[in-house]
Write a protein that binds this ligand. Structure first.
Ligand SMILES: [Zn+2]
Length: 78
């Protein structure tokens, strides 16, 4: 949806982009961490209402990776 500009549900191509952040009135579209807040950008299909959220900042993605990516699954788990 972000890249194709097409809704995966209804194939509509009118996608609204709503950036996150309190300064733009979208206070709920965030991930709160200890020392900072990560803002998510919403992509909304204006035809069927389907929404996707993306973290657009590469440095925020690195933060998410460091904090939440799990590497503790054993390889030999059956
Ligand atoms: Zn749609």
């Amino acid at each position: 949806m972000k890249i194709s500009n097409t809704c995966p549900k209804c194939l509509g191509n009118q996608i609204a982009v709503i950036e996150g952040g309190t300064f733009k009135g979208n206070v709920y579209n965030t991930i709160s961490l200890t020392f900072n807040v990560i803002y998510l950008t919403r992509y909304v299909c204006t035809q069927c209402g389907y929404c996707e959220n993306y973290i657009d900042s590469p440095s925020d993605l690195e933060t998410i990776k460091r904090k939440f990516l799990r590497n503790d699954f054993p390889d030999d788990y059956v």
